[in-house]
Design a protein around this ligand. Structure first.
Ligand code: XMP
Length: 318
């Protein structure tokens, strides 16, 4: 029978054997997958694990600073790289979702490549890839209407980087990753963190991305997520977030007519992200959150709630 303790024991032994005294570099995302992958590698090879945490300018509000601090408390050797401007300028004017993912993925590889050259004797690339990432990236069997999103954390780096890939969680589902994290003493705030896509807010801003739109969506998202936490709803949903729509609608503020953006809130229940049901959040919570957003976030005058399940809708809108 599979148990997290046994998984940790076997995996750490295998990693020691496989890696010897070679160094591994690993990109942390702030999510539970890369964190647990890093902890396993850290346990196996200690100081030979070098972690990099990149601010792609598309993270949640204050996420970069907060998460970097939390990683330090875990004893991991982490370098934070602030690359926001690079990503935002590479994305200027791009509206196609898959193009956005490619641009974000490529920019990420460039930043990572540059950082990895600073690590002596790096032979391995560590990744927190889990089983559903693998399936969603390779099963292109659904015919022309089925678009498979390119997860930038699958498939590794270009050949010229000459790094071997090590993915200790490749056969696990998300709930198993959480159990492994828990058995290794990872704090609840890491374990219970909602999944967040690698391309971040870049695929939650429909249409083209600007620094101003990122700022607006960060505020909206922060109000939504903080509200879920305050009302004890955060752990009731599997994932939640907000989308900034490329649509303006008419509203009224005082006695003036406004013409501003619409945001959509999305919260779902799921076990692995492959299927998902929209969460029946309390009406009072939705009402309060909508008011808070419209009253506090300049540029937004309408809030809608997504009541679609997966399939056929995906969790992200892009
Ligand atoms: P969808 O939108 O396909 O999302 O229903 C399923 C889960 O995957 C996450 N997601 C991504 N994660 N890179 C990632 O690392 C991506 O490009 C990406 N697209 C979607 C999504 O947030 C959800 O948890």
């Amino acid at each position: 029978d599979w148990t997290p303790d046994a998984f940790v024991e076997t995996t750490v032994a295998e990693l020691k054997e496989k890696l010897g005294d070679e160094s591994v570099i690993l990109a942390l995302s702030g999510g539970v997958d890369s964190t647990v992958a890093a902890m396993l590698l850290h346990k196996a090879i200690g100081k030979n694990l070098y972690c990099i945490f990149v601010d792609n300018g598309l993270l949640r509000k204050n996420e970069f600073t907060n998460v970097l601090k939390q990683y330090e408390t875990l004893g991991l050797n982490v370098t934070g790289v602030d690359a926001g401007e690079k990503f935002i300028s590479a994305l200027a004017g791009v509206t196609d979702p898959e193009k956005k993912r490619k641009i974000i993925g490529n920019a990420f590889v460039e930043v990572f490549d540059e950082e990895s050259h600073k690590v002596e004797n790096a032979k391995w690339l560590g990744q927190g890839t889990i089983y559903p990432d693998v399936i969603e990236s390779v099963s292109v069997t659904g015919g022309p209407s089925q678009t498979i999103k390119s997860h930038h954390n699958v498939g590794g780096l270009p050949d010229y980087m000459k790094l071997k890939v090590v993915e200790p969680l490749k056969l696990l589902f998300k709930d198993e990753v959480r159990r492994v994290g828990r058995s290794m003493g990872l704090e609840d705030k890491f374990i219970s963190r909602h999944p967040f896509p690698g391309p971040g807010l870049g695929i939650r801003i429909l249409g083209d991305i600007t620094a101003e739109k990122v700022r607006i969506l960060q505020e909206v998202d922060d109000i939504f997520i903080s509200g879920l936490k305050e009302d004890g709803l955060y752990d009731e949903v599997w994932q939640a977030g907000a989308m900034l729509l490329p649509v303006q609608s008419v509203g009224v503020m005082g006695d003036e007519r406004t013409y501003e953006s619409v945001v959509a809130l999305r919260a779902v229940g799921s076990t692995d992200g492959m299927t998902a049901d929209w969460s029946h959040l309390p009406y009072e919570f939705l009402a309060k959150t909508s008011n808070k957003i419209i009253n506090n976030v300049k540029g937004v005058n309408r809030v809608v709630y997504d009541v679609s399940s997966k399939p056929p809708a995906t969790i992200e809108w892009e």
